[in-house]
Design a protein around this ligand. Structure first.
Ligand code: NI
Length: 160
């Protein structure tokens, strides 16, 4: 388990398309664990492998509820429903937030960390996080689809 370096805005790897994972083995599980550590270190809700410099279709999400971190291998969204206006940020864009429109509900399929096929029905913040992280796998960033002129820089709270 280790915290990895998060690639930030301007790093060209963030624009690349990630490749499907052929086999969910120990190396993939170790990477997923490192991604969870990295996400937790920076208080993120989600992280994709490309953000730690690895072009594999891997995503971790944690809403800090009792469900624990979710680890997804080769995730795809198969259904979306509704619209919600949300505020969104990204660990690759520290302290920046923008408004955007996301679906209120998504259904996604993926493999879990044991290579078992799973289906996730998500609403609200989880739906938003799934959309955001899956876009990373195709080199799409939240600033691409934000509502124009809503990007804000928020000074970090140094009291924490
Ligand atoms: Ni992001």
């Amino acid at each position: 388990m280790a915290v990895r370096i998060v690639r930030e805005e301007g790093d060209e790897i963030l624009r690349k398309k990630s490749k499907e994972v052929d086999e969910v083995n120990d190396k993939i599980r170790e990477l997923l664990d490192d991604m969870v550590d990295t996400m937790h270190k920076y208080n993120g809700v989600g992280l994709s492998a490309v953000q730690v410099g690895i072009l594999k279709r891997l995503v971790v999400i944690d809403l800090y509820d009792n469900k624990g971190p979710i680890k997804l291998v080769n995730p795809v969204i198969i259904k979306t429903k509704g619209e919600q206006e949300v505020e969104e940020g990204c660990l690759s864009f520290p302290n920046q937030y923008a408004k955007m429109i996301r679906p209120t509900e998504v259904v996604a399929e993926a493999l879990d960390e044991n290579g078992k096929k799973i289906k996730i029905k998500a609403k609200g913040l989880l739906a938003q996080a799934i959309c955001h992280e899956l876009e990373h796998l195709d080199g799409i960033l939240f600033i691409d689809n934000m509502i124009p002129n809503t990007l804000q820089y928020v000074e970090p709270d140094k009291s924490e």
